[in-house]
Design a protein around this ligand. Sequence first.
Ligand SMILES: C[S@@+](CC[C@H](N)C(=O)[O-])C[C@H]1O[C@@H](n2cnc3c(N)ncnc32)[C@H](O)[C@@H]1O
Length: 244
Amino acid sequence: MSRWRQVVRGYFGRGVHPHEMAFSLTMPLRRLILSPEALADRLHLAPTFRVLELGPGPGFFSAEVARRVPEGHLALADLQWGMLRRARARLAGERSRIRFSQADGQSLPFGSASFDVVFLVAVLGEIPDPAACLQEIMRVLRPGGLFSNTEQPGDPDRLTPSALRSLTAEAGFRFVQQFGRGPNYTANFRKPEQSPSPICARPGRQEGPLTGPPWRPGPWGWWARCEASRGIVPRARGGNRAST
Ligand SMILES: C[S@@+](CC[C@H](N)C(=O)[O-])C[C@H]1O[C@@H](n2cnc3c(N)ncnc32)[C@H](O)[C@@H]1O
């Protein structure tokens, strides 16, 4: 199939938005659906924040977000170089605080807890394994950090609010608020301040922060062991049995 056929199919059908059609994402009329200022207001940004925009395309929303973190930085990660090239050209005035990375959202090239905010606009539905992407977002966010997902009308890959809520709940995010309605909305979630310990997440397994002889759940069951592993309930002396 010729490249242009692929482009037209990619544009009107499901899957990755082709970079050759990036112009459709920067049309000024798009501001009527959601302006960059309105989106940035929804992200609760502070001047020092480290922000990741996954799938920025040609950067329709990016310049406004970069302007709001004058002492922090904005990382742009997109699957397609063609999109990042266009974003670089568009963001020439803000480049000192913007980092560009070609990356797949299912495997992000950033350290754990390296961002205060991660946001996506019309991207999650294009990713083949959105659950894997949400796990990566959870990893790169600091505890208590904000994950914001916006969907827009006309996008064949758009996720409904309920589909998004169940995916994010599975990944361990806490729902905070929703702006907008119907096909045009932003939903915000937080990474919990304290992640569940590996033991809480996988009951029945022995490995975890406590060491010692094998432990068998007593009447207080897994609750005591989870609380002890987080330091909420003191550990029993001389073994890994949690004090109840
Ligand atoms: C519909 S465009 C939206 C662009 C931008 N967020 C906007 O609203 O103008 C989707 C973007 O997500 C990117 N994308 C798709 N799959 C991706 C993946 N697995 N990892 C990273 N970016 C991806 C595409 O390259 C494209 O730039």
